[in-house]
Write a protein that binds this ligand. Structure first.
Ligand code: NAD
Length: 341
C-alpha cells in the first residue's frame, strides 16, 4: 500500500499528529520540524530519534521534502505563514485550531487554498470527540426533535500553560482567549446549530489580569431556524477542564462533555411512558483530543479527492464567530455575521 507521507511543524500538540501519522496503516511520519527541538524539554525526543523520521534542521527542509501532507501545529500566530508556505510548496495541509487569529489572515489562507487547489483541514478536534459525535448522531436522527437552544462552554484554566516561551500571554501577540481556546465551543455550536446570524457578548478580565486580553466572556447568538444559543469561554476559570454542552430540542435534551465517559439524554417519549424524571446515560469513550480520528478522516477525504468537513471555510467561519463576539464586547452592540470570504 502506498502510504501518505506526512510532515509535522511544531511538536507539542503536534506530537499527537506525529504519533497518529506514525500509527495509522495508510500514513507514514516522514519528517518533523520544531524550531526549539533541542531546548524544549516538553518534546518527546526519544520518539522522534527512534522512529526513523527525519528531524529537519530548518523549516524549509519540510516544504522541500517529498510529502503529501504538512501538519501545522505551531502557535496560532504562525499558522497563516506556515500554512500558505506549505500549500505553495504543493502540499495538502492540516492546520491546528484556531485556523488563524483573525478573519483577515484566514482569508489569505483561503486564497492560497483556491490558488493551489490543495486540500485543507482545520483541526477542530471536538467534532471527533466520541461524546460530541454521539450527540450529533442522535440529533441528526431526530431523537430530541428540532433544536430550540444550544449552549457550550470552554472552561480551561491556562494560568499554568502560557505555551512554550510564553506566546499565549505575550502582549505583542495578544492572543484572544475567545478565539484561541474558545474556538472549540464556538465551532461545536456551529456544527450542531448551523452558522450564527447575530452575536452579542460581554467579557471581563479578572482571572488573569497580567495576560493581555480578556480571559472570560459569555456570548449569546441567533442561529438559523429560530435557534438561540449561548457560549461561555474562560481561560482562567478555577475548575477542571470542561466543555459541557447542552442541546434542548422540541422532544428532548442532551447533555454531553468531552471529559465524561457518558452522555445524558432525556427523551419526552421515554420519560412520559416511564414516568421517570431522570436522564438516561449512554457510555462513550473519553477522548478529548481524538487526533487520530481527525487524520483518518482527512486522509479518507484526500483519497476521494474531496475537501473534508472542517475545511478552510469552516475554520474561517469559526474564527469569524469569535471575532464578532469580541467586537460586540468592545462596542456593546450585537454584531451581524458576515460570511463573505
Ligand atoms: N486541538 C486541540 O485541542 C489543541 C490543544 C492544544 C493546542 N492546540 C493548538 O496547537 C497549536 C500549538 O499549541 P501547543 O499547545 O502545542 O503550544 P506549545 O507552546 O506547547 O508548543 C508549540 C511548539 O511549537 C514550537 N515552535 C514554536 N515556533 C515554531 C516555529 N516557528 N516553527 C516550528 N516550531 C515552532 C515550539 O518549540 C513548541 O514545541 C496552537 O495553535 C494551539 O491552539 C490545539
Amino acid at each position: 500500500m502506498n502510504k501518505y507521507k506526512i510532515g509535522v511543524l511544531g511538536l507539542r500538540m503536534g506530537d499527537a499528529w506525529a504519533k497518529a501519522a506514525h500509527d495509522l496503516p495508510n500514513t507514514g511520519l516522514t519528517i518533523v520540524y520544531d524550531k526549539y527541538f533541542k531546548e524544549n524539554e516538553r518534546i518527546n525526543h526519544d520518539f522522534y530519534l527512534n522512529n526513523g523520521c527525519v528531524i529537519a534542521a530548518t523549516e524549509k527542509e519540510v516544504y522541500d521534502a517529498d510529502l503529501d501532507v504538512i501538519i501545522v501545529a505551531t502557535p496560532d500566530h504562525i499558522h497563516t505563514e506556515q500554512s500558505i508556505k506549505a500549500l505553495k510548496a504543493g502540499k495538502h495541509v492540516v492546520c491546528e485550531k484556531p485556523l488563524a487569529p483573525t478573519v483577515a489572515e484566514c482569508k489569505s489562507i483561503i486564497a492560497a487554498v483556491r490558488e493551489t487547489g490543495k486540500f485543507f483541514m482545520t483541526g477542530q478536534v471536538c467534532r471527533y470527540a466520541p461524546g460530541f459525535m454521539l450527540a450529533k448522531h442522535l440529533i441528526d436522527q431526530g431523537r430530541i426533535g428540532d433544536i430550540v437552544y444550544v449552549e457550550s462552554e470552554y472552561a480551561h484554566d491556562y494560568s499554568k500553560n502560557p505555551g512554550y516561551m510564553g506566546w499565549r500571554n505575550d502582549p505583542a501577540i495578544k492572543r484572544e482567549g475567545f478565539i484561541g481556546g474558545g474556538c472549540h465551543a464556538l465551532d461545536l455550536v456551529r456544527w450542531l446549530a448551523g452558522d450564527p446570524t447575530e452575536v452579542f457578548c460581554y467579557m471581563n478580565h479578572k482571572y488573569l489580569p497580567s495576560w493581555p486580553a480578556a480571559d472570560t466572556g459569555v456570548a449569546v447568538a441567533k442561529f438559523p431556524n429560530d435557534v438561540i444559543g449561548r457560549i461561555f469561554v474562560s481561560i482562567g476559570v478555577k475548575r477542571p477542564y470542561t466543555m459541557r454542552t447542552v442541546i434542548n430540542g422540541t422532544k428532548g435534551t442532551i447533555i454531553c462533555d468531552n471529559t465524561s465517559d457518558f452522555i445524558q439524554i432525556s427523551e419526552e417519549s421515554v420519560y412520559s411512558a416511564a414516568q421517570s424524571t431522570k436522564f438516561a446515560q449512554i457510555p462513550v469513550l473519553v477522548s478529548s483530543h481524538n487526533v487520530e480520528a481527525e487524520l483518518k478522516e482527512f486522509i479518507s477525504c484526500l483519497s476521494q479527492n474531496q475537501q473534508c468537513p472542517t475545511d478552510v471555510i469552516q475554520g474561517t467561519k469559526t474564527v469569524a464567530f469569535g471575532e464578532a463576539a469580541i467586537k460586540s464586547a468592545q462596542t456593546g452592540i450585537p454584531v451581524k455575521m458576515d460570511y463573505n470570504f
